[in-house]
Design a protein around this ligand. Structure first.
Ligand SMILES: Nc1ncnc2c1ncn2[C@@H]1O[C@H](COP(=O)(O)OP(=O)(O)OP(=O)(O)O)[C@@H](O)[C@H]1O
Ligand SMILES: [Mg+2]
Length: 444
């Protein structure tokens, strides 16, 4: 399709207007010839607003404009994105007498580019984002949210059970933000008494209380220009909540024992495993602070709700501990993986990480087998010692497995049943089935 072409005189008055320009802008030659080019309401001629007039856009000084992206408004009010090229026009003596501008409509191209960007983002199933592992759809949402919210200074409240990665997400938010070069300071609010928490947060001056033998700088001051991550925010007292609210709203703090307000520029990311709405109902958490903290909220799903991510996480932790320990463990066998997949993971990813670390400590070969996993994770530790592997919860136990369990349990059937992760009746039934006896010489 033909480009638009028009010329202007030294004042920016349009002197020529071709069919292409008519098609792109909706203005006919009749509409615009004799009018100023600011009729197009261009937003970016040479980095300046065309509405300010041709003299301010710099064309005449620079002599040309090449491939400049510019948005104009059509006669019926729509925005059109154009690629603009312009040159000055000179008379035969070399004096500038105006300009000629070429317009290429790239609205559709821009639209398509934006669409591709969004689709790519949707399609690109990310398995890893800033050290956070997970391909589950809800983790994809978490990644997108982090990407969108990190560059802003909005407070973020992260919800999630213990071990779901709240701290990891907080650090991703910081390191993807414009404050990434500033400090990332953490404080676990649950670990401290009310008074200690207050002085940790805001600092104190010497003599503020017994034991305050010197001035102390608080976490808010330490985090100045960066991010302060407040973990277990649900545990702070109402008194500290008031001070925190002031710090958030007015961006000022006072050291304990001091009256001089200090200005701080800190982005707050808070996390909790508690239901803050419930705490608000009970009157132990202030509504205003809640809403202040929760400008954006982010929920991390428990591992039990994204078990498909377990293999990926296992692989990640195997790599991590291989690097850390230098042990040449390189994989996990299917039985061990099955055991991990069928466990409930109340401690979430931290517990999974610990389980792999546990296996690394015990590992003698290159592969993680079920017997290397912590006892609480494997429902049937004795089965794991055998080649049959799979825990027998169905009541089918091999003769060797049963014999081994009985021997370990000193023929105490209840204990053997516990070791096997089956009921006592199953043990009895299988003893009978295989004709086992405590004294092996009596066996058939
Ligand atoms: N998605 C993940 N990918 C990789 N590692 C993870 C992931 N989530 C958590 N971890 C790891 O699990 C451990 C616990 O994570 P983190 O400390 O962020 O959890 P948390 O939600 O803050 O727990 P808590 O509530 O107990 O403080 C860390 O070692 C972290 O690196
Ligand atoms: Mg934490």
């Amino acid at each position: 399709m033909a480009d638009g072409l028009f010329t202007v005189d030294l004042d920016g008055t349009i002197t020529f207007w071709n069919k292409g320009a008519e098609r792109i802008t909706g203005y006919t030659a009749e509409d615009v010839i004799g009018k100023n080019c600011d009729i197009l309401e261009g937003d970016n001629c040479l980095g300046t607003n065309c509405v300010d007039g041709i003299r301010s856009c710099g064309l005449f000084e620079k002599g040309e404009v090449s491939n400049n992206e510019c948005t104009i408004r059509t006669k019926d009010g729509h925005f059109v994105t154009l690629l603009k090229n312009a040159r000055v026009l000179r008379d035969k003596n070399g004096n500038i007498i105006g300009g000629v501008e070429n317009l290429t409509d790239i609205t559709n191209l821009k639209r398509a580019q934006e669409e591709v960007r969004l689709l790519r983002r949707e399609l690109r199933e990310r398995h890893k984002f800033e050290g956070i592992i997970g391909k589950d759809a809800r983790m994809q949402e978490v990644y997108n949210l982090i990407e969108d919210v990190a560059p802003t200074s909005a407070s973020v409240l992260i919800f999630g059970e213990s071990g779901t990665g709240k701290e990891l997400v907080a650090s991703a938010l910081h390191f993807k933000s414009l404050r990434a070069d500033g400090p990332f300071v953490k404080l676990n609010c649950a670990a401290l008494s009310e008074n200690l928490l207050e002085s940790e947060l805001f600092g104190h001056v010497r003599g503020a209380f017994t034991g305050a033998i010197r001035d102390k700088i608080g976490r808010f001051e330490l985090a100045n220009g960066g991010t302060l991550f407040l973990d277990e925010i649900g545990d702070i007292s109402l008194n500290v909540q008031v001070k925190l609210l002031r710090a958030l709203q007015e961006k000022v703090i006072e050291r304990v024992g001091d009256i001089k307000p200090l200005h701080v520029d800190v982005r707050i990311i808070a996390a909790t495993h508690q239901d803050l709405r419930q705490l608000m109902k009970e009157g132990t958490f202030r509504d205003d602070l809640y809403y202040r903290l929760k400008v954006v909220s982010l929920f991390l799903p428990p591992l039990s709700e994204r078990k498909d991510d377990i293999p990926l996480l296992v692989e990640h932790f195997i790599q991590k501990f291989r690097q850390q320990t230098g042990k040449p463990v390189g994989g996990i066998n299917p039985d061990a993986l099955r055991t991990l997949m069928s466990y409930a993971w109340p401690g979430n990813i931290r517990e999974l990480e610990n389980a792999i670390e546990h296996a690394f400590v015990l590992a003698k070969s290159r592969i993680i087998t079920p017997d290397l996993l912590p006892i609480e994770i494997s429902p049937c530790p004795v089965c794991h010692a055998t080649d049959s592997g799979t825990p027998s919860v169905t009541g089918t136990i091999t003769r060797e497995t049963l014999q081994s369990a009985l021997a370990k349990a000193g023929w105490n059937k209840a204990k053997a049943a516990r070791l096997l992760g089956v009921t006592r009746t199953t043990v009895w039934r299988n003893i009978k089935k295989y004709g086992l006896h405590e004294n092996p010489s009596a066996e058939p």
